[in-house]
Design a protein around this ligand. Structure first.
Ligand SMILES: [Zn+2]
Length: 261
């Protein structure tokens, strides 16, 4: 009897070993009959294996990514184009400028700003205003700056790289233009859409807003470079209002770059 029990236990163990196979692993019998040939017989060095995604301590951390211009001359030049009037309503002109001495594809930057401001989901929606890119005098000047110039202009008391609006000037930090923000990862274009619309929104008279509907798209005037969570914005700003009182109400929005998504 003891022998039978022992055999039964062995059998049970075998079953357990079989069923304990990690999910997702396939047995040899289930493997595809044809396998793609390896691209190269050279073993892949362990250093080329992608590390696990970084876990950010704060949503306001600058994401990992390519290098960007740390400093520039502090002076700017216009990227000259006279564009069409887009939309209806009172005309607001804008110029696109780049800081001297920084490395950036100026035409690509300008084209992105143009496409963002001309989009029907943007500030021209509902006939509120029309926009036109110009080379000379403009009501808004959108400037791509080095990280240090943005820190000088926008402040760094809260040690977070941000962009800002000062009078009729919009300063977009290359640090964020190249890296984006954690809430938008891995969608850099959506972040760029956000930062253009947000800062130009200030130039158009818009102030900050909190997340209003949990799970809904964040208002474009929410400080999404910090976070799309109201509580986290309060924590990052130390509760000092940034032009609007953000309630500590637990609401978390989804990232959004459009005034009228
Ligand atoms: Zn703002």
């Amino acid at each position: 009897m003891k022998v039978h029990l022992a055999l039964a236990a062995v059998g049970l163990t075998a079953v357990l070993l079989t069923t304990a196979q990690p999910a997702g692993e396939t047995s040899p019998a289930a493997a595809p009959t044809t396998r793609p040939s390896p691209v190269s017989p050279v073993p892949v060095p362990s250093s080329s294996v992608a590390p696990p995604p970084r876990v950010y301590a704060s949503s306001s951390d600058l994401p990992d990514g390519p290098e960007f211009s740390l400093a520039g001359a502090g002076t700017f030049h216009v990227v000259p184009v006279n564009g069409p009037v887009v939309g209806t309503g009172p005309l607001r002109t804008y110029a696109v400028e780049v800081e001297d001495g920084i490395t950036v594809d100026e035409q690509a930057f300008a084209a992105f700003v143009d496409a963002t401001l001309a989009d029907p989901r943007g500030w021209t929606a509902r006939g509120a205003r029309s926009v036109q890119r110009v080379s000379g005098a403009a009501s808004v000047r959108v400037r791509l700056t080095s990280q240090q110039t943005a820190r000088n202009v926008c402040g760094f008391e809260i040690p977070v790289d941000v962009s800002c609006r000062d009078g009729n000037f919009v300063f977009l930090s290359a640090a964020r233009w190249v890296r984006g923000a954690v809430a938008f990862l891995p969608d850099l274009n959506s972040y760029r859409t956000y930062v253009v619309n947000h800062e130009v929104g200030h130039a158009f008279g818009q102030g900050h807003q909190p997340c209003g509907v949990a799970g809904g798209p964040a208002p474009v005037m929410m400080q999404q470079t910090f976070s799309v969570a109201n509580d986290e914005i309060v924590r990052i700003t130390g509760g000092v209002p940034q032009g609007a009182v953000i309630p500590r109400d637990g609401k978390v929005c989804t990232p959004n770059g459009w005034p009228y998504p």
